[in-house]
Structures are given as structure tokens and as C-alpha cells.
Write a protein that binds this ligand. Sequence first.
Ligand code: SAH
Length: 367
Amino acid sequence: MSDLFDGIHEFENLTRDAILDWLREDDETKLERLWHASNLVRRRFVGDDVHLRGLIEISNHCVRCCGYCGLRFENKKIERYRMSADEILACAHQALQMGYGTVVMQSGEDYGITRDWLTGIIRRIKKETPLAVTLSLGERSDEDFKAWREAGADRYLLRFETSDPDLYRFIHPSLPHRESDRMAILRSLRELGYEIGSGIMIGIPGQNYRSVAGDIESFRSLDLDMIGVGPYIPHPDTPLGMPDTPTALPDDEQVPHSEEMTYRVLAMTRLVCPEANIPSTTALATLNKASGRELGLQRGANIVMPNLTPSQYRVKYEIYPDKACINETAQCCHICLSGRIESISRSIGKGQGGRKRERIRKEPDMH
Ligand code: SAH
């Protein structure tokens, strides 16, 4: 490992205090060192390939009342949809045609997505295509996770959003009779043999610098395969999106939900988890539509997630407003993102693009 940090030793084994200093650093010349180091480490550990994950937003129904998300149950302004099995399969075939190695099925926490229904869809995708299947469906039961893993699902994404327990409870209320414990769910998913992904939002009202430094340290201790970090974007139809949220901190303690702060967190995430798959997120592209994707890829990221959701549904999957690419077709996203990757002299990854690691992955227990 030390050879791989050759010439940039100050970034090896970053302590929480060092992370904190970088989050608060305002000298542009010094920040250039951070961008440079994260790009170098990205290249040394995961190379120049950018892997494409086709995103299918399969349902916007949700039972939860997260304070930040436009899909929350109490938002009566959005029209709800759930894609049919055939529509989802058509998207998976489109992913294959476009050369993607993975499809990601994402939704609100929707119990209309039953265990058996999704099992059938995963089986069909695995039978008809060589794609890796990633799920991002919220906090489901161990029985659901097990059935989906046995059907062939490879990866699961569940952001812990913030490692500050009080802030988490405030922005992400538990369901009655079931405490939300995303860290425990991530451990179960790993036990079942999934590659696991998590991450945070940056600049949630009430999120201070020390807690973001703690989030970055947690990425290291959880040994995540995938890590998504994106700016928090206020949604006017949510409690946190209203002016003067009760959790807001004084300006010098509140982490800003800015493009610049997102790059700092992204860069340090790459430095503490050199082998992880890290996307340049749509939320980041939403803040800088001209070059956010590219800058993310040049400051640590190695993944992008082109959207495959059919246009009539895509506009209804409004987790935050003014989302980048909301009015595009799958074909446009494909051409646009491929062009952006080539424009910064990076290559498009072939195959499933799973995490490269020494550890042998556990196969699903079929009994
Ligand atoms: N229901 C699934 C998928 C949610 S959408 C789940 O809860 O895991 C995926 C991610 O979008 C969330 O984990 C959250 O980090 C992000 N997100 C939601 N609302 C957002 C907002 N207002 N601004 C930025 N990111 C948001």
C-alpha cells in the first residue's frame, strides 16, 4: 500500500483531525494537492476505466417520511407509479445493448414490490442477460434480502446518510415498532454475500464538520465496496426543505451543501477507501450541469450511473428538485455521459466492474 501512496505520503492513513482540516481548508493552492492526490490514488487503485451502471427507478411509492426526500409518504403532490416487470426487463435489455455491465433497480421503500415479484424479475434478468444486478430499495427484511440474493442479486446500496445518531433520527424517522439501523442492515447484507454500498448526503441542515469527518472514517471501518456521496439538495415539499429548519447550526459549524464541499468529501473518500467503487453522482451534476460529472471523475470517482428510466416515470422520481437529466431519454444520457468520459481521456469499463479485492466473496447459501 505504501508504494501506492508514493510521493503523496501526507494522504496515507488520514486521521480524523487531518480530515477535519481538509474539510475546513480555504487555501486554493493546498486544495489542488487534495484533488491531485485523490486522482492519483484513483488511477493507481482502480485505473482509468469508468464503469457504467444503468439506473432504473422502478417505483416512487414510499412508506417512509424522510425529512429530506421528495418521495416521502406525506408528499401528496407527486403522482405515484410502479413499473411493470416487462418494462423493467426492457430497460435491462437496453442496458445490455448500450454496453453497460450492471443495472441498478432503485425505488422508495415500497412494499408493493413484493419478495416474490422482484425475485421473478431478478431471475429473468440473470437468465436473459450477463448483467450484474444492484438493488437500492430501502430497509427490507432479511428474508427479502436472502430471497433476492438467491435469485442472483449481486449488490445492495443503502446510504447511512449521516453517522450522527441524533441527526439521523431526526431526518429519517423510524417506522412504528421498527428502529431504523442501517449499519446493522449493511452487516446482514454483507453476511448474505452482497457487495455493499453506502454513503451520505453532504450539507444536511444540522450536519457539522466533525460529523462529516466521522462519516468518512466510517467508510473506512465498514470496508464498503461502493460509496456514494452527494450534496443534499433542499426539496420545497419536505420538512427539511422549508426555510429555517430547527436543526440549522451557526454558519461556522454547518457544513455547506455545496459543489465544492462535495469534491472535498469525494476526494477524501477515495483516499481512505482506495479500492472502492465511487460514483460521480447525479446530485453533484445537478449543482454543476456543465462540468460536475467530469470534476467528480477527476477528484476520486470511477463510476457513473446513466438513467434508463422511461421518460414518463423519470419526471415523477423527484427525490430533489431540478435533477440533472430529468427530461432526457436513456439514449441521450448514454451519448452525453460517454462523451463526457472521453472528453477527460478516460475509458469506458467493460464487464460487471465489481470491486477489485483480495477477499473471496461468499456465495449465496442455497439451503
Ligand atoms: N429508498 C431508498 C433509495 C432512496 S434514493 C433508500 O432509502 O435507500 C437514494 C438516495 O438519494 C438516498 O439514500 C439519499 O442519500 C439521496 N437523496 C434523497 N433525497 C435527497 C435530497 N433532497 N438531496 C440529495 N440527495 C437526496
